[in-house]
Write a protein that binds this ligand. Structure first.
Ligand code: TRP
Length: 335
């Protein structure tokens, strides 16, 4: 618990550049809710990006800027939360090193994401020491701030489990320095990309937060609808078969959606007109994000100074944690 009686939350994202609606509804809306209730630390995991992208590190700085601009544009508020970049806080490297001493290699080899990612990213050589240690670095990120809760997607749960095991081992060997963190899963609405697959930058099926209104209109109009309704005169089944209807659920009023379902089933409403109306609703929802994004990027150095302020606050916590860690390690009876 912090002074304000709040628990600590920590989460991070690898700097993937511009974010899309999947990130907004899947992650950022959750962060935005948490920032009022918890003492939150949100950071850019740029060293983690290096574990898979070590051949192209020069892309990373621009990606950091674009991603943080999107965080701010959607309302992650630097007055409420601490925002920082991992590589600015060198203590993460020191804690990672110390944790690596006590982490059995077998725990890391068992980690399901280790083998999966190697399979998926076959064109890159991921048989590196750093990539095997990915979850050790993640554990260092989390416990550095003595986080109680770590909001993540299901895919990250094995890493949270490893963090818990490594933390227990540290506490057992050197004394109770760290709370054992817990993963925090949010309910995430389904939001497929334009082609019906999971929205992902690498599939080219995403609507980005930074797309212009006309690009958003064009992308919404390209959404797959009900493939079993090839002709306008065929009755549709939007709730079960229409990919675009997932966007309706998020962006259109329930009342209007009920009429749309009725008219689509009766073959009275065509997909072109239906998506036109939908596109306007998406554009309206994104307008405040675009405005905020614009005003932040009009101010030179704004994002950088937010990250500097956050970095200074993060460094204070990290320095204090590391002095407790060193004293537990080297003077076990002092604490
Ligand atoms: N591995 C996380 C991801 O790919 C990013 C990450 C790094 C993270 N360190 C973290 C998430 C600490 C939560 C807490 O999404």
């Amino acid at each position: 618990m912090d002074k304000e009686g709040k628990q600590r939350v920590l989460s991070g994202m690898r700097p993937s550049g511009k974010l899309h609606l999947g990130h907004l509804h899947g992650v950022l809306e959750n962060w935005r809710r948490l920032q009022d209730e918890y003492n939150c630390f949100f950071f850019v995991a740029d060293w983690h990006a290096l574990t898979t992208n070590y051949e192209h590190p020069s892309d990373i700085p621009a990606n950091i800027y674009d991603m943080v601009l999107d965080w701010l544009a959607v309302g992650i508020d630097p007055a409420k939360v601490t925002l920082f970049v991992q590589s600015a806080i060198k203590e993460h490297a020191e804690l990672h090193l110390l944790l690596s001493m006590i982490t059995p290699v077998s725990w890391l080899e068992r980690n399901p994401t280790y083998k999966e990612q190697q399979q998926q990213l076959k064109e890159r050589d991921l048989a590196t020491y750093g990539f095997l240690g990915y979850p050790v670095l993640q554990a260092a990120d989390i416990i550095m701030y003595k986080a109680n809760k770590v909001p993540v997607g299901v895919d990250q749960l094995p890493h949270i489990e490893l963090t818990r095991e490594i933390t227990r081992r540290f506490n057992y060997l050197y004394g109770e320095v760290f709370p054992i963190p817990e993963g925090l899963l949010a309910e995430v609405p389904k939001l497929p990309g334009i082609d019906g697959r999971k929205m992902s930058k690498s599939y080219g099926n995403s609507i980005f937060l930074s797309d212009s209104p006309d690009v958003v209109r064009q992308k919404v109009s390209s959404y797959v609808t009900d493939v079993e309704r090839p002709r306008r005169s065929d009755p549709g089944d939007p709730e079960n078969r229409c990919v675009a209807f997932n966007l309706h659920r998020l962006y259109m009023p329930d009342e209007r959606n009920r009429e749309i379902v009725r008219d689509c089933k009766a073959a009275k409403l065509g997909c072109v007109a239906c998506k036109k109306e939908l596109a306007e609703a998406v554009v309206r929802a994104l307008e405040p994000i675009w405005e905020k994004r614009q005003s932040l990027s009009d101010e030179p150095g704004r994002v950088e100074s937010i990250l500097e302020d956050g970095g200074a606050r993060a460094a204070q916590v990290a320095k204090s944690t590391m002095s407790q860690v060193r004293s537990a390690l080297w003077n076990p009876n002092a604490g």
